[in-house]
Write a protein that binds this ligand. Structure first.
Ligand SMILES: Cc1cc2nc3c(=O)[nH]c(=O)nc-3n(C[C@H](O)[C@H](O)[C@H](O)COP(=O)(O)OP(=O)(O)OC[C@H]3O[C@@H](n4cnc5c(N)ncnc54)[C@H](O)[C@@H]3O)c2cc1C
Length: 386
C-alpha cells in the first residue's frame, strides 16, 4: 500500500485477530463482496498477537449461554463449521470431547447446565455413570458427569493462516504495523487516518473506504471513540477480565477436557483442565477484573488453583503446577453483572451506513469466528441494499 498517494478501498477491516481474519475470508468468498477491493489492517507486527494469541484453543459446543443469544447461535453453528473448515484447509485439531463434572453440592447446577445444553440443540451430550467415568478417566472424581462429544481443540494460529490464505488467494490486501488512528464519515463512506508504525516515528497517511469493520478486539471501544461524530454514550463499556493458566509438570493423566460445573462464578467456566495439541495439560483460566492490560501470572495463585482442581482431581499438589500464561477477555457486562452477549452492529441508524462494529468478542469468539464472518456479510449486504 502506497503512503504517498491516497488509496481507495471498498471494505476495510481493522484488526487481524481470528475474528477480523474470519470476516475477511467470508467477504473474500462472498458472491457480491468477493470482487470488492478489501483491506485488512493490523497495528502490531504480526496477525493474531492480540486476544487470539492467549486463548485455550477450545472448540466449544455451546452448553452455557442463553438459548437465543448470539453466543449460542454462533457457537453451535461455529462448532460444526470449524471442524469442516479444518478438514478442508488442513488445520490441525482434535475432537477430544469434554467431561462436565459435579460434586454433591453442585447437583442442581449440573441439572440446569445439561438441560440448557439440550435446549441449545448441542449434539453429542450424554450422561455417564460413575463406572463409565472410571473406565475413561480413572483419575477424575465426580458425583455426576456428562460428556460433550463435539468439544475439541484447534491450532488457532494455523486457523488464522488459513483465513489469511483465502484473503490473499482472492487478491485482497493485508497490511501489518498500520494502526487506525481515527475515522471520519465522508460523503459515501469513510476516510481513515492511519499510522505506519514500521517507521521509528509513526508516519500518518489516509485512505478511504466505502465500508469499515471495527474488529479491533480489546481496542474496539478506543477506536470507536475516535470516529468523528460517533455518540460517546453509545459506546458499550468494556471490562477487562484477566485469566491465568498453570501448566502441569507430571505426565498428563487425562484423555478429555475436564470442566467443573460453573456454580461458583457464572462469568467464568471454573478452573478447568484443557489439553493442547502436543498433549500438554494446563489448568485455567481463572477470572480477575483488571484496569490495565498486564499478563503477569502470580505464583500465589497456585494454592487457589489447587483448592479448586482438587474437587475433581484429588491427587493434584501445588508442586505439580508450573507458571503458565495469561489472557484478557474483552467483556461487556449486563446490568445484572453477568456476562453480556456479543454485540455486533451496523451503524446506519446514526447515519454511518457501512460501518460495522464488534464489541465484547470474548469466549466463545474463536469457535464462533466463521458464523461471525457470515453475520457481518449479511449486515453489510442489508445496509448497502445489495
Ligand atoms: C483467556 C482466554 C481464553 C479463551 N479461550 C477460548 C476458547 O477456548 N475457545 C473460544 O472459542 N474462545 C476463547 N476465547 C475467546 C477468543 O480468544 C476471542 O474471542 C478471540 O480471539 C477474539 O478475536 P478478535 O479477532 O476479536 O480479537 P484480537 O485477537 O485481539 O484481534 C484484534 C486485533 O486488532 C488489532 N488492533 C486493535 N486496535 C487496532 C487499530 N486501531 N488499528 C489496527 N489494528 C488494531 C490488535 O492488535 C489485534 O491483533 C478466549 C479468550 C481469552 C482471553
Amino acid at each position: 500500500m502506497s503512503q504517498s498517494s491516497r488509496e481507495d478501498f471498498d471494505i476495510t477491516i481493522i484488526g487481524a485477530g481470528v475474528v477480523g481474519l474470519a470476516i475477511a475470508a467470508s467477504l473474500s468468498n462472498h458472491k457480491t463482496f468477493g470482487s470488492s477491493k478489501i483491506l485488512v489492517l493490523e497495528s502490531k507486527e504480526a496477525f493474531g498477537t492480540g486476544v487470539s494469541s492467549r486463548s485455550s484453543e477450545v472448540i466449544h459446543a455451546g452448553l452455557y449461554y442463553p438459548r437465543n443469544s448470539l453466543k449460542t447461535k454462533m457457537c453451535v453453528r461455529g462448532n460444526r463449521l470449524l471442524y469442516e473448515h479444518c478438514n478442508r484447509f488442513g488445520v490441525p485439531y482434535k475432537k477430544l470431547g469434554k467431561l462436565v463434572v459435579a460434586n454433591k453440592d453442585e447437583l442442581d447446577d449440573f441439572e440446569a447446565l445439561i438441560s440448557n445444553a439440550w435446549d441449545n440443540g448441542v449434539s453429542g451430550i450424554k450422561r455417564l455413570s460413575k463406572s463409565e467415568l472410571r473406565s475413561i478417566e480413572p483419575s477424575v472424581c465426580a458425583e455426576e458427569v456428562f460428556i460433550s462429544r463435539s468439544t475439541g481443540i484447534v491450532d488457532s494460529h494455523s486457523l488464522m493462516k488459513s483465513f489469511l490464505y483465502q484473503l490473499s488467494h482472492h487478491g485482497h490486501t493485508y497490511v501489518e504495523r498500520t494502526e487506525a488512528i481515527s475515522i471520519e464519515p465522508i460523503g459515501n463512506g469513510f476516510e481513515l487516518n492511519l499510522h505506519d508504525c514500521s517507521k521509528k516515528k509513526p508516519e500518518p497517511f489516509c485512505i478511504t473506504s466505502r465500508s469499515v469493520i471495527n474488529a479491533a478486539g480489546m481496542g474496539a471501544q478506543k477506536l470507536t471513540s475516535q470516529i468523528i461524530g460517533y455518540p460517546a454514550a453509545k459506546i458499550p463499556p468494556q471490562k477487562l477480565a484477566k485469566g491465568c493458566y498453570f501448566g502441569y509438570k507430571k505426565k498428563n493423566p487425562f484423555n478429555h477436557l475436564i470442566y467443573p460445573v460453573t456454580s461458583k462464578n457464572p462469568n467464568s467456566l471454573g478452573i478447568h483442565a484443557t489439553i493442547d495439541l502436543g498433549g500438554q495439560l494446563k489448568f485455567g483460566p481463572d477470572i480477575e477484573y483488571v484496569s490495565i492490560e498486564s499478563y503477569d501470572v502470580a505464583e500465589s495463585k497456585k494454592e487457589i488453583f489447587v483448592q479448586a482442581i482438587k474437587d475433581y482431581f484429588p491427587s493434584i499438589k501445588v508442586e505439580h503446577l508450573t507458571t503458565g500464561y495469561a489472557g484478557i477477555r474483552p467483556k461487556l457486562v449486563s446490568q445484572t453483572g453477568s456476562s453480556a452477549d456479543f454485540l455486533i452492529q451496523e451503524e446506519s441508524s446514526i447515519q454511518m451506513k457501512g460501518l460495522v462494529q464488534l464489541f465484547g468478542i470474548e469466549s466463545p469468539g474463536l469457535t464462533s469466528c466463521i458464523p461471525i464472518g457470515e453475520y457481518v456479510c449479511d449486515l453489510l449486504e442489508k445496509s448497502l441494499e445489495l
